[in-house]
Design a protein around this ligand. Sequence first.
Ligand code: SF4
Ligand code: SF4
Length: 433
Amino acid sequence: MQTHFTLAQLADADTRESETILRKCVHCGFCTATCPTYVTLGDELDSPRGRIYLIKDMLEAGRDADARTVKHVDRCLSCLSCMTTCPSGVNYMHLVDHARAHIEKTYTRPFLDRALRSVLAAILPYPGRMRVALIGALLAKPFRALLPSKGFFGRMRALLDMAPARIPSPSPMEGVTLFPAIGTARKRVALLQGCAQRVLAPQINEATIRLLTRLGCDVAIAEQSGCCGALVHHMGKTEASHEQAAANIRAWMKLWNGAGPDAIVVNASGCGTTVKDYGFMFREDPHLKAFAEDVSRRTKDISELLTELGMGAAKAPEQLVVAYHSACSLQHGQKLGGVPRKLLADVGFEIRDPAEGHLCCGSAGTYNLMQPELAQQLQARKVANIQALKPDLVAAGNIGCIAQIGAAASVPVVHTVELLDWAAGGPKPEALA
Ligand code: SF4
Ligand code: SF4
């Protein structure tokens, strides 16, 4: 694609990067067929190619974002399915991230929209605040039917719908900073304990720690580490996301007297995609660039690390049919779709793959709260494809998908690591008990 940025515009690092990305697009449109919003809405402007044109137009003209561009960029799930399909290697992720930051800087959203975004950004990355908000949501849930189903109140309804029926107690492992390996230590790893996941499903970190220590890892939880920054990053709030990411980089690189961990392990693949991108996020930062690149290099999804360590004699305790849902952030963001699936199959679970596995379930960070109508359509499509397999349960590697599918499926939805921990001698996942 031809571009016409001025030299002055290209002095800006983000614009330079976007120009390189735009030039790779040959407008072939292959990506439209696998884009969940295009498949659902059938509007070219809700396809990757349509959004690329809108973003190009906005950035090249150097103008403030307008309502039309914002509408179609907001509808993008950042599922990155288009990146898997694109034959030209267009890095849509970095392009849409730049567009979102530009929108945040130049567009004034309606008051209620701004307020909701600010509230979500101030609550979701902080487990203590999130727990209080969930208690409030549980108390308000019986009144949800009184809210209109569209617009701002539709989003409030979606918020109440996503509140789980029960808020788990904090894990007894909370606050512990080092879990020593059982037997000889083979690796020293830092676990990103996450924010939302830790409140909604503390058993995922518990299973991860049990499994890793059993397989010979010293597991550290770095003090001062917290949210990976993805939630606010996808809202275009660059400063906030960089602050959260910088805190993690500093905290991890201090571990083991400054040697850092052998690996940073992430068990929420949405977060893993962002942490693996820290090197890019800090490419212009003279102080953090090298550390950020190092962190990205050392970061592994839990399934990658388990493959490296080997699951030994682990064996599925029961013959169960598992529908494996490959989170977009795993299959498109990190290109690891087959890795967790293979681990589950190798220990003896019967794995079935849902049709349209490349399509997002509609979770996508805060998407199901900000775009509830589209998110619900994608959720229904995903759950129908899963239930057609008649599985005993669903496994996935990302808390957002687990919550989204779990809210509509008639079978339990668990994290892959809970099943692997069970197969290696850990307790049966609570959802199956
Ligand atoms: S598939 Fe790639 S090159 Fe083709 S239109 Fe989509 S982004 Fe552009
Ligand atoms: S990231 Fe997903 S929703 Fe957004 S344009 Fe690409 S395929 Fe479509």
